[in-house]
Write a protein that binds this ligand. Sequence first.
Ligand SMILES: [Mg+2]
Length: 222
Amino acid sequence: MSDKNAARRRVVFFDFDNTITTRDVLDDLIGRFSGDDKWMEFEKKWKKGEIGSMECLKGQMKGVRITKSALDRYLSTIKIDPYFKKLVKFFHSHGIKSVILSDNFDYILNTILSNNGIGAPEIFSNRISLRGGRLIPAFPYSNKDCGDCAHCKKTSLEANAAEGVRSVYIGDGLSDVCASGGADTVFAKDYLKSYFKEKGLPHIPIKNLKDVYEYFLERRRI
Ligand SMILES: [Mg+2]
């Protein structure tokens, strides 16, 4: 098989928070704009596995109070990893599709990507609407048959990686564990890296997207 044909048979999945962005935007937003500290209890329960991410996010979003102008002002401060744009361009030039799988919300992702001059690749995320200073979440990609996650990234991954297509997953957090377990190649940072290391599972440890870019560019592993 030629390199070009091989490339067509790959798809790359990116997590968003702390993978494309340089910090966890959703956690930061919830912390900054919550009226009280109840969000911390939901976060602790989720991290301990006592609740799913849907229950966690529903509970946390109830406590957020924010106007549209304050949200837009906050989102205008968010920076993304400069190598994201280079990677998407590189993959695109090799006929490889890039897909974002996120447990964050559509308006937040679209605004940040647009602010940073990124023509958004395909995005699968939760959805949000702003009503009366509250963020009302919706979860179109949950999967009750799988678990209690807000966005079942594993289902989205499987839906976008047809049989015979090799999948690459790039992520950092607890919400990436399940989906990345079904990928052929995993680039892992922070919590996800520790998880894979602890379990003795194959992965490529990264600090940021520059490491991913150099991996593909220098080794020509396409
Ligand atoms: Mg993340």
